[in-house]
Design a protein around this ligand. Structure first.
Ligand code: C2E
Ligand code: CA
Ligand code: CA
Ligand code: CA
Length: 280
């Protein structure tokens, strides 16, 4: 505050920059959208290599704002995390995905994806009620815990807090844990010793370079050897062409996910794929 000529106190409020204004607007929109039910979940297949059988799906949230149209998660998830809205939004995604997976399994039996992977943000993992929420989502949907995978990032578990404890509790329920975007965070391989992990998802930025000799290809191969040595399942993310898929299989990757196999799809379209797989 500064003394003004008139004898009053003028307060200097730092000007809100355009991105802060936009973030505040998005946060308000998110709150309304949650109330109105403007969110949907789409499902991207995770396939076995080399057979390309659908082994699982990743649930990815979509926001259809009535005025702004489709807003990509890369724009609203960070805002949802900072505002805390990721907690109710993430809880909704989890319940939706569990319900959907239970329905597929009832209709398609063995041809249904045997895993549904749900992204969990650091903020959710740190919530004291998180494990109870997961247990309730499983109980209410009737989905066996073994069908659920929580995807967490290295940063989420590196920060300490309740995260690692929560992951142990989830595993005790039978839920699997995947380390997402592996290789992009600032942690070390030591994380694999302290954090309970079942699945390693290697980030697209590494997969992109797998067919050209170079540093990226070396890292993709090395990460697969580490994962296999530790008896972790491996998923290569962002696979876009057949040459990458072939090379990843050669290197020992068990599963792949990417536009080559399928884009994220609404539940009804994924069901069409499952039907096609059932057909003789
Ligand atoms: P992610 O968890 O790494 O999810 C994979 C992203 O890569 C998805 O983007 C997917 O559509 C995209 N993708 C898959 N295959 C390919 C490919 O072959 N090429 C390219 N270029 N992209 C591919 P999406 O759906 O836009 O989601 C972006 C990020 O938003 C996710 O990255 C995740 O971090 C976050 N997110 C999405 N849904 C949720 C959610 O329900 N909860 C939380 N906490 N985060 C979410
Ligand atoms: Ca993910
Ligand atoms: Ca990822
Ligand atoms: Ca990512």
């Amino acid at each position: 505050a500064a003394k003004t000529g008139a004898g009053g106190w003028a307060r200097f409020v730092p000007a809100m920059d355009a991105s802060a204004v936009e973030a505040a607007r998005l946060a308000a929109g998110l709150r309304d959208g949650l109330g109105r039910g403007d969110f949907r979940v789409v499902y991207q297949p995770i396939v076995t290599l080399p057979e390309q059988r659908i082994a699982g799906v990743e649930a990815l949230v979509r926001w259809h704002d009535p005025e702004r149209g489709l807003i990509p998660p890369d724009r609203f998830i960070p805002v949802a995390e900072r505002s805390g809205l990721i907690v109710p939004l993430g809880r909704w995604v989890l319940r939706e995905a569990c319900g959907q997976a239970a329905a597929w399994s009832a209709v398609y039996g063995g041809a249904a994806p045997s895993r549904v992977c749900v992204n969990v943000s650091p903020r959710q993992l740190d919530e004291p009620d998180f494990v109870d929420d997961v247990a309730a989502a499983l109980a209410d949907s009737g989905l066996p815990a073994e069908y659920l995978v929580v995807e967490v990032t290295e940063t989420a578990v590196f920060g300490g807090g309740r995260a690692v404890e929560a992951l142990h509790a989830l595993r005790a329920l039978g839920v699997r844990v995947a380390l997402d975007d592996f290789g992009t965070g600032h942690s070390s391989l030591g994380l694999l010793l302290t954090c309970p992990v079942d699945i390693l998802k290697v980030d697209k930025s590494f997969v992109d370079g797998v067919t050209e000799p170079g540093d990226r290809a070396v890292i993709v191969e090395f990460l697969c050897q580490v994962a296999r040595g530790l008896e972790l399942d491996t998923v290569a993310e962002g696979v876009e062409d057949a040459a990458q898929a072939a090379r990843l299989h050669e290197l020992g990757y068990r599963k792949g996910q990417g536009y080559l196999f399928a884009r994220p799809l609404p539940a009804a379209e994924l069901a069409d794929l499952l039907l096609a797989a059932l057909a003789p």
